[in-house]
Design a protein. Structure first.
Length: 125
């Protein structure tokens, strides 16, 4: 017997109560996935305007304030990852890859927002 078969037999619910809990848990995870995907799509929809209306905004924000090199490219990558990753998470395809990329973008955003450019922390000030 394969390891996969043994795991599926071990994790398979034995009673109706287990099946009901499994359905409730799956429904709960579905709602979380849809909420997260929607939040990422609405936050990343600015990617559609990076190279048109809000070009100066993104150059100032990513270039002057955050200090990224190639600010338009970085803005496009960050917002594009949020937008496409949110769509993939909502649809349930490539969820591991897209959620990992979203988590990486959020980690970089957190670190950039909380550490200034001389690497001096100002987390509590």
């Amino acid at each position: 017997m394969s390891v996969y078969y043994k795991l599926t037999q071990l994790l398979k619910p034995k009673t109706m109560k287990g099946i009901r809990n499994n359905i409730m848990w799956s429904t709960y995870l579905l709602f979380i996935r849809l909420w997260l995907g929607y939040a990422m799509v609405t936050g990343g929809q600015l990617v559609l305007t990076v190279f048109s209306v809000d070009r100066e905004f993104f150059e100032d924000w990513f270039g002057c304030e955050l200090g990224f090199p190639a600010p338009l490219l970085m803005a496009f990558l960050a917002k594009g990852t949020e937008f496409t990753g949110g769509i993939f998470v909502c649809l349930g395809i490539f969820t591991r890859i897209s959620s990992s990329l979203i988590a990486f973008v959020m980690l970089i955003a957190t670190l950039v927002a909380n550490i200034d450019y001389q690497m001096q922390e100002h987390l509590l000030t």
